[in-house]
Design a protein around this ligand. Structure first.
Ligand code: SF4
Ligand code: SF4
Length: 147
């Protein structure tokens, strides 16, 4: 997944959490379930022929130099990605660790981002989620974690 946009020093390494949390339509892989092609020992077994969804996906930790090792998905317990040209930030929590985003430095940082003008931060664990705000609002999606 490493391309020109990836800052020097960042790489997926032993992560692979998007191979669990994101849905991959071409594989009929649901969000939140490990891809059948992934193994901890070997990573993606079909890397050279992986579907387009996998080729284009880079999480925001990988793309953002300012997000340090604490924000690496396997450490944080969630995968960050964005929609609407960056105006909507999605926190895709590992269903096995649905509350890890509430730890610091994550929660206060996510709430600060959510308070920025024209910015929306949604935290999901599967289909259920919250829109962060002065009062968090419950949200639900019909297709969980489609990526
Ligand atoms: S979640 Fe991010 S760092 Fe982890 S494998 Fe996917 S793109 Fe790489
Ligand atoms: S095909 Fe490879 S890159 Fe895509 S989800 Fe499966 S293991 Fe990950």
């Amino acid at each position: 997944m490493v391309g020109d946009l990836i800052p020097r020093g960042k790489s997926c390494g032993d992560c692979g959490l998007c191979c669990k949390l994101m849905g991959v339509t071409a594989l009929e892989k649901p969000a939140g379930k490990w891809c059948r092609h992934f193994s901890r020992a070997g990573g993606c077994a079909v890397y050279e022929t992986r579907p387009g969804d996998c080729r284009v996906f880079n999480c925001l930790w990988l793309l953002t130099e300012a997000l340090d090792e604490r924000w690496k998905p396997t450490t944080a317990g969630f995968v960050l990605h964005s929609e609407k040209g960056g105006a909507r930030l999605i926190v895709e929590s590992d269903p096995a660790r649905p509350h890890d985003w509430r730890r610091e430095p994550y929660q206060s940082t996510l709430r600060r981002w959510a308070a920025a003008p024209e910015m929306e931060v949604l935290v999901f664990a599967g289909r259920r989620g919250v829109r962060l705000g002065a009062v968090d609002a419950d949200v639900r999606r019909t297709v969980a974690g489609a990526g």
